[in-house]
Design a protein. Structure first.
Length: 184
């Protein structure tokens, strides 16, 4: 693994500061009595404190609801690649056909294909290889009748391994294309 950071997607929102709340005007001074008040005949009962008006809440910032994120689901399975290759293997072609059927039955779903590589090779090479793997899987889905505008691709290269041991068995699990779906 290299010390490079994975890609970050940022969304910026403009949030307006709450409108200032106008302070209540100071109470008017009590008028001075014109004549002395007569002595009370009986002691007055204490008056309950005047109710305090609740402070109005600041207006809520107008923000769009958070978009639904792509998610992995068990019905759509990943495919794996040989070392330094991006061609679809026969066993993985069957998985891609099943993925295509699932997607064709659900035209409201979009798919994000993430291409990955093992840690061998340079960071730049592995990013390019991950992209070629994702594109290969995308092209296969399109050849099976999934609309191209429903498919996005992204490469993480070696940055998101599922296994970190330094063995061929582990590296082979990292040479993959993952499929994430969400409603369009």
């Amino acid at each position: 693994m290299r010390d490079a950071r994975p890609p970050v997607i940022l969304e910026l929102w403009r949030v307006r500061a709450p409108a200032p709340v106008a302070a209540a005007p100071p109470p008017a001074p009590a008028p001075a009595p014109a004549a002395p008040a007569p002595a009370p005949s009986a002691p007055e009962a204490p008056k309950p404190p005047a109710p305090v008006a609740p402070t109005p809440a600041p207006p809520a910032a107008t923000a769009r609801p958070a978009p639904r994120d792509f998610a992995e689901i068990p019905e759509v399975k990943p495919v794996y690649f040989d070392f330094d290759k991006y061609d679809i293997r026969p066993a993985d072609a069957e998985i891609l056909r099943a993925n295509a059927e699932w997607l064709k039955a659900r035209p409201e779903m979009g798919v994000l294909i993430q291409g990955h590589a093992d840690e061998r090779g340079t960071e730049e090479y592995n990013l390019a290889l991950g992209e070629r793997r994702a594109r290969s899987a995308r092209n296969f889905l399109v050849s099976q009748g999934v609309a191209a505008d429903r498919i996005a691709i992204l490469s993480f290269g070696e940055e998101r391994p599922v296994c970190t041991e330094k063995t061929e068995a582990c590296w082979s699990r990292n040479r993959r294309a993952d499929f994430l779906v969400k409603p369009r």
